[in-house]
Ligand binder design. Structure first.
Ligand SMILES: *Cc1c(COP(=O)(O)O)cnc(C)c1O
Length: 396
């Protein structure tokens, strides 16, 4: 079937939860995708920061192939070697001592919310349950995580929301300090707001946040679902801040494109999850955990972090060059290969034109072009992307 035929069938059978572009990708390699008609696209979206190793990275493909022939799934009633190996790998590289595995970013955040509440209730009594999060944040689409998310547009029509979330402006330590009450148990933040339009806080912000949490015995949760696994040029974004959280959530890029989520925590907190506290049928099953072990090893061993830093700087420089020429680009910001170009005009038309010319990018908050290419992107691919973008901007 060609792309048009697939799109017509989708129109009949698929729920319209996404404003999908008219593209039917059927094959991928590195930074490139091919659609059902054989047309090639340069992918600077990478499944929204999922394909950090590019499409079909050989080590991830091999791990999935091998594991699929050995054991695809078994219950978490039993011990799962690939999951244990993954937990050791992530804990060994982070502040955390223990891991819980699930299947998505939202589920990882659900697990973090549940752990924070259980720990706080056990330690401080029944009145500590409230979690402070940021305005313009994004934490997922489940009921708890839309309640946590500080954006009215994801909450509308779904109330009553989960009780016990409070939103404060991001990058404003005073606002956070003022919001703390005796009912608060935790603070949950993205190190850099991704869906919120690639917003990085000032360097001191997280040190202040950490100090506020320490002072009031609040658990600090970092949602690194988008920023984790090398996206910012470090394995975890918190490594840039000279401080660490108590709980961290991961998903998107963790298994090189395979679906998995993780919630990592310090020992003192992790102890509150006892048998029966939480669970997931598929969470960290052998197939996904094997893919994640392969993906994390590839990120650490193949110069991927170094490339993210170098290509992040190069892409930022090239975008700065476009900013000089096109006054409707008002700011280029980001860290590593999580980069946004702030526009003074809506970006949807640019994204649409880019697709027509074989380039995949995305727009966040209507006016921020988001560039999250695979971390293996080359200088030549960046030059190609800039060339296409330049052509489009000239017509705007
Ligand atoms: C994508 C994202 C989520 C949600 O992840 P899902 O796998 O879609 O549930 C949560 N938090 C952040 C910061 C994200 O970028």
């Amino acid at each position: 079937m060609n792309s048009q035929q697939w799109i017509e069938k989708a129109d009949h059978y698929i729920m319209k939860t996404y404003g999908r572009y008219p593209l039917v990708p059927v094959r991928g390699e590195g930074c490139w995708l091919w659609d059902a008609d054989g047309k090639r696209y340069l992918d600077f979206l990478a499944g929204v920061a999922v394909n950090n190793l590019g499409h079909c990275h050989p080590r991830v493909v091999e791990a999935l192939r091998r594991q699929a022939g050995e054991l695809i799934h078994c219950s978490n009633f039993y011990h799962i070697p690939q999951q244990i190996e993954l937990a050791e790998l992530l804990c060994g590289r982070s502040f955390a001592d223990r891991a819980f595995f699930c299947n998505s970013g939202a589920e990882a955040n659900e697990a973090a919310i549940k752990l924070a509440r259980k720990y706080s209730r056990e330690k401080f009594g029944p009145d500590r349950y409230e979690i402070i999060t940021a305005l313009s944040s994004f934490h997922g689409r489940t009921m708890a995580t839309i309640s946590a998310t500080g954006q009215e547009k994801v909450q509308r029509f779904f109330d009553p929301l989960l009780h016990g979330f409070k939103h404060v402006p991001f990058n404003d330590a005073d606002a956070l300090r003022a919001a703390v009450t005796p009912t608060c148990c935790a603070v949950m933040l993205e190190p850099i707001q991704g869906e919120g339009g690639v917003v990085a806080p000032s360097p001191e912000y997280f040190r202040e946040v950490r100090a506020i949490c320490d002072r009031h015995d609040l658990i600090l949760i970092f949602d690194e679902v988008q920023t984790g696994i090398g996206r910012t040029g470090k394995l975890f974004a918190y490594e840039h801040f000279g401080t660490a959280p108590d709980i961290m959530t991961l998903a998107k890029a963790l298994a090189g494109g395979a679906p998995i989520g993780a919630m990592l925590a310090r020992e003192a907190l992790a102890g509150s999850f006892t048998p029966g506290s939480h669970g997931s049928t598929f969470g960290g099953n052998p197939l996904m955990a094997a893919a994640a072990v392969a993906a994390v090893h590839a990120v650490l061993e193949e110069g991927v972090l170094e490339n993210a830093v170098a290509m992040g700087a190069y892409l930022t420089g090239r975008l700065e060059g476009l900013k000089e020429r096109f006054p409707f680009i008002t700011e280029v910001r980001g860290i590593g290969l999580l980069i946004g170009a702030q526009l003074s005009i809506p970006g949807a038309d640019i994204v649409k034109k880019a697709l027509e010319r074989g380039l995949l990018i995305n727009v966040a908050q209507e006016r921020v072009l988001r560039f999250v290419p695979p971390l293996i992107v080359t200088r030549e691919e960046i030059d190609l992307m800039i060339g296409i973008l330049e052509g489009i901007l000239t017509e705007v």
